[in-house]
Design a protein around this ligand. Structure first.
Ligand code: ADP
Ligand code: MG
Length: 248
């Protein structure tokens, strides 16, 4: 059994069956891609891993603990960090401040903005935040306000905000969406570099170039169900996958 085990997960939104008996097993230390057409249920599934949504039925186990019926911050404490489909950053704060917040949230369990002036003086947190910004190639912009960043830079900032938490499992929902090819390639290199730290990653991605560059295993979703699963070379030629993308 892998580090993340998803069994029999179902989720309905009114009359819509967004997830229909989803089973996925993610091996520790690997990059596992989840692909599939728009509306397949990929983001809904990820939301069930981080406490944003609860499945109607099924189990989600991570590293010996259930991820169900827990608050998002508890799941974060268990070692799960997530990059959202739309960047969630603090636009009015500087980059280094943006990275300090999740570092403190992980350390303290929850983060109170009232404690901000006290913790801002904590050198080790500042140093760690700076190191993470260097890792994602944003070190020179540490004192820039986050709102001023390009889209690609915002996504890299988010990645730094995850990495500073030293996660065991990193969830990436379309990390290269809306990026130029140059920014996409930069992000692929970055994710490969992170890969060397042994963090398990789940990547939801539309860009097949990204998927085939990074993933060791792929689960293909369509209409709420996993329709195919395997190594990239097996998935590439699978007629069910082609059909799902062409609308069947
Ligand atoms: P994907 O990420 O694969 O594009 P989603 O998981 O976002 O797909 O959506 C799966 C289906 O569930 C879509 O039909 C979407 O419209 C629907 N859906 C997602 N979130 C909600 C919600 N909160 N309420 C109602 N329907 C939703
Ligand atoms: Mg989505």
């Amino acid at each position: 059994m892998g580090i993340l085990s998803v069994k029999g997960v179902n989720k309905r939104f009114g009359g819509l069956k967004a997830l229909n008996d989803v089973n996925i097993d993610v091996e520790a230390g690997t990059v596992h891609a989840i692909i599939g057409p728009n509306g397949a249920g990929k983001s809904t599934l990820l939301n069930c891993f981080v406490g944003r949504l609860e499945p109607d039925t099924g189990t989600v186990d991570f590293d010996g603990a259930s991820l169900l019926n827990r608050q998002p911050h508890e799941i974060n404490q268990l070692g799960v960090s997530r990059v959202f489909q739309t960047p969630e950053i603090f636009g009015d704060l500087t980059l280094v401040e943006n990275v300090m917040i999740p570092a403190l949230a992980k350390r303290d369990g929850a983060f109170s903005i009232n404690a901000w002036s006290a913790v801002a003086a904590e050198k080790d947190i500042v140093d760690r935040a700076m190191a993470m910004l260097e890792d994602v190639d944003l070190g020179s912009k540490a004192d820039v306000t986050a709102n001023e960043l390009s889209r690609g830079d915002k996504r890299r900032l988010e990645l730094a905000m995850c990495l500073v938490q030293d996660p065991k499992l990193l969830l990436l929902d379309e990390p290269t969406a809306g990026m130029s090819r140059a920014d996409t390639n930069k992000t692929i290199d970055l994710l490969k570099k992170i890969g060397e730290r042994g963090i398990t990653k789940i990547v939801i991605e539309h860009d097949m170039h990204v998927v085939f560059s990074l993933a060791s295993k792929i689960s293909v979703m369509a209409q709420g169900t996993v329709i195919a699963e395997g190594k990239p070379e097996d998935i590439k030629g699978d007629p069910r996958v082609q059909e799902a993308y062409l609308g069947g």
